[in-house]
Design a protein around this ligand. Sequence first.
Ligand code: IDP
Ligand code: MG
Length: 147
Amino acid sequence: MERTLVILKPGCLQRGLIGEVISRFEKRGLKLVAMKMVQLDEEILKVHYAHLLDRPFFPWLRDGMMAAPVILCCWEGYSAVQVVRDMAGATKASKAVPGTIRGDYSLHTPHNVIHASDSDESAKREINLFFKEDEIIDWHDENAKWF
Ligand code: IDP
Ligand code: MG
């Protein structure tokens, strides 16, 4: 089964959208295998967003991601990376289609509610960056047969 990393960004916590967003993934049939609230720092953000370090908006992205705690979650399921990316919607908030998380809850790209891994390779790297091995729990999902 595939795993993907979702970060509920600081604005998601501040706006009281945590339950709403997590509920969407649960209802879709994804299995939550790890979750924690953390205050991110510059060091880890420079690794996580290494591909964006030289972009002009990086300082805003970094500060925005440190403006309040985030919720880190690891979701597992069939084709989890692509399914969660599709549920997140387009990076550019104003172009995100209604029905997607970004399309329903954001208008401006810096406030696009969640991060979602963009490939299986990134997912593995990001899950390793944010979670220790023993923080991921392979529990038995009694409802799996209904999904
Ligand atoms: P993604 O989050 O959809 O994978 P990335 O290109 O990896 O998109 O960018 C990471 C984050 O950086 C975005 O989610 C968004 O918050 C922010 N970002 C990306 N492009 C821009 C931009 O042009 N202006 C401001 N913020 C941006
Ligand atoms: Mg990305």
